[in-house]
Design a protein. Structure first.
Length: 145
């Protein structure tokens, strides 16, 4: 045995990269980002007005995520690419909590207190309700089929 100490390998600490999963995340992210950008351009708003584009993409994203996760978890065999494509890629790029926060700050700066409170409550409550509805629809479809 030599006098040199052996260094532990870092390999177990690093995640294994799967090119198919990365491609699925990238493809979903492109689609989600393009959809959100298109809707943002189609529905511009003033700082003291309801931000319909962000509200719509966040609710749509929670619906898609709720439906997809329930279906993938309860009905379909496990795959390596569908979850990263839908969850991380598509819904991750489609929805935007950061923009929601920025819009709330702009409403507060414009002294639109009631609008900011309504938007915050509708966004959080609507997101939870939308995910619940999507989950229940997927489960009901399973019972009917």
């Amino acid at each position: 045995m030599s006098g040199r100490a052996r260094r532990p390998s870092l390999t177990p600490l690093l995640p294994r990269l799967d090119g198919r999963e990365l491609l699925a995340i990238f493809a979903g992210g492109v689609l989600g980002a393009l959809a959100r950008a298109g809707l943002e351009q189609a529905l511009p708003h003033a700082p003291d007005a309801w931000p319909w584009a962000t509200f719509a993409v966040n609710l749509a994203g929670t619906f898609v995520l709720g439906a997809a996760v329930t279906r993938l978890q309860e009905r379909l065999p496990p795959t390596r690419c569908i979850r990263p494509f839908v969850g991380t890629g598509l819904c991750g790029a489609l929805t935007t909590f950061a923009t929601l926060q920025l819009e709330l700050l702009r409403m507060i700066d414009a002294r639109a207190w009631a609008l900011a409170a309504a938007y915050a409550l509708a966004s959080v409550g609507g997101g939870l309700a939308t995910a619940l509805v999507a989950t229940n629809l997927v489960r009901r479809a399973r019972v009917l089929s």
